[in-house]
Design a protein around this ligand. Structure first.
Ligand SMILES: NC(=O)c1ccc[n+]([C@@H]2O[C@H](COP(=O)([O-])OP(=O)(O)OC[C@H]3O[C@@H](n4cnc5c(N)ncnc54)[C@H](OP(=O)(O)O)[C@@H]3O)[C@@H](O)[C@H]2O)c1
Length: 312
C-alpha cells in the first residue's frame, strides 16, 4: 500500500503508445507492461529487426508530423511514453542540428498530437539536466546542464511542462541492461564484451553515479502511469559508486578478469562533450510516493546475467 495515496485518483488506461520501442528502456517498458493494457510502439530509422517485442511496432520518424499522426490514428493512445531520442551525449555535441530536430522537435510533435488526441504524456528526460556539482539531486533542484544533450533535455521538458496537457516527466540516470539486437550498447555490455575478449579497459574513477537497471526504470514509468501521477520523478539505483567501481562489480558478477580494469581520471579521455561529475539522484520520491524500491548493483547485474543472450 502506498502511503497517503488516494485510490480514486487512478484512471483506467486501455491503450499505450511507446516511442523508441526498440530502445533499451522502450523494450523494458514493454516487457513489464500490465497484461490488460493494449500497447503499440514505433522506432526509426529502420536499422534493426524488431522481432520478439511484446507490442506491435511500426517505423515512423518522430519529427514527421504526418507519419506521427498516422501512428496516433493507429494507436489511439490514452498514454504516450516518449522514450525515443538521440541518446549519445557525444553524438549530440557533434550533430547539433539533427539532435535538436529529434530530441526537441520530435517532442514538440508528440506533445501537439497528445493535445489533439487528449493523450497523457510521460516524457523520458535525463540526469544530464544537472551540472553534477551538488548531489544528491531531488526533483525540486534547479537544472543547469553542462552539455548540449542536457540543454536539449531541459528544452524538451519545458515544452512538455508548458503544453497544458496531462503529463509527467521521468528522469533516468545511467541505465544498463541487454540492448535489443542492433541497438546502442551501454557501458556494462561494452565492459562485458571487452573483458570476455581479454581486452584491457580503462574506466573513469572520478565520475559517480547510481546506475539503474532498465527494468527498474520501467517499473517507475508504469507506477507513474498506473497511479496517474503528474510532475517530475527521478529514477536511480541504490548504490552510489564510481564508474570504475561499477566495472569491478560487473567483472565480479560475470566472473571476468578484474585485473584487466585500470582506473583513470576523466581527464584521461580527450572528451568531446563535458560530463557532469556526479548527478546522482535522491530517490525518496520514487520510493516513498511511487512505492518503487531502488535496486542495488549486484541484484541488477545478477538478473542481467540470468537473462544473458546466447549471442554474447
Ligand atoms: N540510456 C541511458 O543511460 C539514459 C540515461 C538517462 C536518460 N536516458 C533517456 O532515456 C530515453 C531512452 O533511452 P534508451 O537508452 O532506451 O535509448 P536508445 O536505446 O538509444 O533507443 C532510442 C530509441 O529511439 C528511437 N529513435 C531515435 N530517433 C528516432 C526518430 N527520429 N523517430 C523515432 N524513433 C527514434 C530509436 O530507434 P532506432 O533504434 O531504430 O534508431 C530507439 O528505438 C532517451 O530519451 C534517453 O535520452 C537514457
Amino acid at each position: 500500500m502506498i502511503e497517503g495515496y488516494i485510490l480514486s485518483n487512478i484512471r483506467k488506461v486501455n491503450r499505450v503508445l511507446v516511442t523508441g520501442g526498440t530502445g533499451l528502456l522502450g523494450a523494458a517498458i514493454q516487457h513489464l507492461a500490465p497484461k490488460d493494457i493494449k500497447g503499440f510502439s514505433i522506432y526509426f530509422p529502420e536499422c534493426s529487426f524488431p522481432l520478439q517485442l511484446p507490442y506491435p511496432i511500426r517505423v515512423a520518424d518522430l519529427t514527421d508530423r504526418i507519419q506521427m499522426k498516422t501512428i496516433f490514428e493507429w494507436a489511439q493512445p490514452d498514454v504516450v511514453i516518449h522514450t525515443a531520442a538521440i541518446g549519445s551525449v557525444d553524438y549530440a555535441e557533434k550533430n547539433r542540428e539533427q539532435t535538436r530536430r529529434v530530441n526537441v522537435g520530435g517532442t514538440m510533435v508528440i506533445t501537439e498530437l497528445c493535445q489533439n488526441y487528449k493523450s497523457r504524456l510521460i516524457y523520458i528526460s535525463s540526469n544530464a539536466v544537472f551540472d553534477g556539482r551538488t548531489p544528491f539531486y531531488s526533483e525540486t533542484d534547479p537544472v543547469n546542464p553542462i552539455n548540449y544533450y542536457g540543454q536539449l533535455k531541459v528544452e524538451a521538458e519545458n515544452i512538455v511542462q508548458h503544453s497544458g496537457i496531462s503529463q509527467a516527466i521521468v528522469r533516468p540516470i545511467l541505465m544498463y541492461g541487454w540492448p535489443y539486437p542492433g541497438e546502442r550498447d551501454n557501458p556494462v555490455v561494452w565492459w562485458i564484451r571487452s573483458l570476455k575478449e581479454g581486452k584491457p579497459i580503462k574506466v573513469v574513477d572520478n565520475v559517480f553515479n547510481k546506475p539503474l537497471a532498465a527494468w527498474s526504470c520501467a517499473e517507475v514509468v508504469w507506477a507513474v502511469i498506473q497511479q496517474n501521477r503528474t510532475g517530475i520523478y527521478h529514477a536511480a539505483g541504490r548504490d552510489h559508486i564510481s564508474l570504475y567501481q561499477f566495472a569491478l562489480a560487473v567483472a565480479e558478477v560475470f566472473n571476468l578478469n578484474k585485473g584487466l580494469i585500470t582506473p583513470v581520471p576523466d581527464s584521461f579521455f580527450p572528451e568531446i562533450a563535458p560530463r557532469p561529475r556526479d548527478t546522482s539522484f535522491d530517490t525518496t520520491k520514487m520510493e516513498m510516493e511511487l512505492g518503487v524500491k531502488s535496486i542495488g548493483i549486484r541484484d541488477g547485474l545478477i538478473r542481467m546475467k540470468n537473462e544473458c543472450p546466447d549471442t554474447l
